[in-house]
Design a protein around this ligand. Sequence first.
Ligand SMILES: [Zn+2]
Length: 292
Amino acid sequence: MCFTAAQSENGGVTPTRIKLDRGRGALGPALELVHTGRAPTRAVLTTELGVTRATAGAVATELQALGLITVDPRPHAASGAQGRPSHRLDIAADGPVVLAAQVHADGYRVALVGLGGRIVATAPACMTVDADPARIIGDAVAAGAELLRTTGRRCLGAGLAVPSAVAEPEGTALNPLHVAWPAGAPVHDIFRDCLTEAGVGVPGRCGNDVNLAALAEHRHGAGQGSHHLLCVATGHRGVGGALVLDGRLHTGSAGLALEVGHLIVDPAGRACHCGARGCLDVETDPLALLET
Ligand SMILES: [Zn+2]
């Protein structure tokens, strides 16, 4: 047991340290609960983790010492709530961030995003997307690196959203219909190389833009607290879909599941870039609505 080992090695172990040794495995789950807004107080954290109040207190104190959350030193009663007042928990305002980048048909946007999904800084850019994906991905990563330099924030990882299904695990753009990239462009490898070149030494992952939006909505937005989420979205061009089942993305065998944009809604409709006619993608996307 951790208790015995810690005691025999250190002799004068403090009660807080002993409790934390017991609850060390709860640090990740506890941070996730605060990160997703499901544990606004220490009392809720205790219940959600299923540990003693003392262990939850030690876990919260450790997360605070790591600069990840803040613990209100004075307990407050929740308005209208019954029971004992509890210490409020919040995300540390100056904690670590991730670099989030999105390439779309009209350019890119990058942002630094902290725990709790809070946007720390963002930079948009409007441009024609070159046929070589390395051009715009390189520009986006350079802009993100500049945000990191100006804010001085610690970066833990990077993500790139692209307007195409992305094959797993190859990390290739399967159907980039709204940008001039070749089908099969190795976006994951390009993103990784751009991060290295820009001096952002963190791992990077790529995904389809609507899939990533659905995951974000499930964790922090419209789908919070639900098991499943269906997301149908349109942004700069086209229509995309994504399905979250029990908290996990359903991407199908080839990464093309829920490509709802190419459902045919009018067989006599507009010609679509996929070769068919009357797809949702060209009948309802922003350009189609602007033309009517
Ligand atoms: Zn189509």
